[in-house]
Design a protein around this ligand. Structure first.
Ligand code: SAM
Length: 242
């Protein structure tokens, strides 16, 4: 069996009993960074049987080695540095190998920055799009243009040192009044949300961090026309009340 085990995105308590048990029992735990994983293992008294590295630079070659282990009956648990494996993180190659070899792939759900940020963003959560990281150069403008036209809520990952630039680009693509929420340092001591128009939030972030933004961020953007839709449905609701 191949288990995809979600791990905390900051707060080490955000892990399930089941995840701890599987990490303890698996024949092999494949981690993005073994040193990083050890911090979590120590906190929960997990003593993995065998640890191997599995990261973006060795993903393909390691996936075929691990597939061989799966074929011979080993149980493997995959963890990444934070959150859910496969969500803007390695896992895809080994998941594909496992499926091709008829091995069961079992998700062990838990933290995911996109879902945590979205759930508290105040945006419409009934329909949303996960954009992950935007391309750094080629194709970036096209993606921004598509995001601007998207009517569902859009979730974007961005590194701290590029967050100001992303907000400026979104302002240019979507207009200054489009609503946005920036969730920073989720589940950590300094967790905070900046919510409001793109104009307001980009100014608030600039004032809060005149130099470099510290801490990881998720950006949750309101879909195009969502505010007007909300107004229409609120008006319809109050007419029904009458
Ligand atoms: N697999 C992870 C998940 O399930 O969320 C995502 C890993 S991806 C390499 C890292 C990105 O996730 C960061 O750049 C940031 O956008 C987001 N992220 C991770 N931890 C976060 C946190 N504690 N607060 C806000 N965003 C976070």
């Amino acid at each position: 069996m191949l288990f995809l085990v979600a791990t905390p995105i900051g707060n080490l308590e955000d892990i399930s009993f089941r995840a701890v048990r599987i990490l303890q029992e698996a024949d092999i735990v494949a981690c993005e960074d073994t040193r990083h994983a050890r911090i979590l293992f120590e906190r929960h008294g997990i003593r993995p049987r065998r640890l191997v590295s599995y990261h973006s630079h060795n993903e393909r070659s390691r996936a075929s080695e691990l597939a061989e282990d799966l074929r011979t009956g080993a149980t493997i648990a995959v963890v990444t540095d934070a959150g859910t494996p496969g969500i803007s993180d390695p896992a895809w190659a080994i998941v594909r190998e496992a499926i091709m070899n008829g091995v069961d792939v079992v998700p062990v759900p838990g933290a995911c920055a996109a879902i945590a940020g979205l759930s508290a963003s105040g945006m419409d959560t009934s329909r949303f799009v996960f954009e992950g990281f935007l391309p750094l150069k080629k194709g970036r403008k096209k993606r921004l243009a598509a995001i601007a036209e998207e009517t569902r809520t859009v979730v974007v990952y961005e590194s701290p040192h590029r967050i100001k630039r992303l907000l400026e680009e979104l302002k240019a693509a979507c207009g200054t009044s489009r609503k946005v929420a920036v969730a920073r340092e989720l589940t950590k001591h300094y967790e905070e949300f900046h919510r409001g128009s793109l104009a307001y939030v980009s100014l608030a972030i600039e004032q809060r961090f005149p130099d470099a933004v510290k801490g990881e961020c998720v950006v949750i953007l309101e879909g195009k026309g969502a505010s007007e839709d909300e107004q229409i449905s609120t008006e319809a609701e109050s007419q029904t009340d009458l």
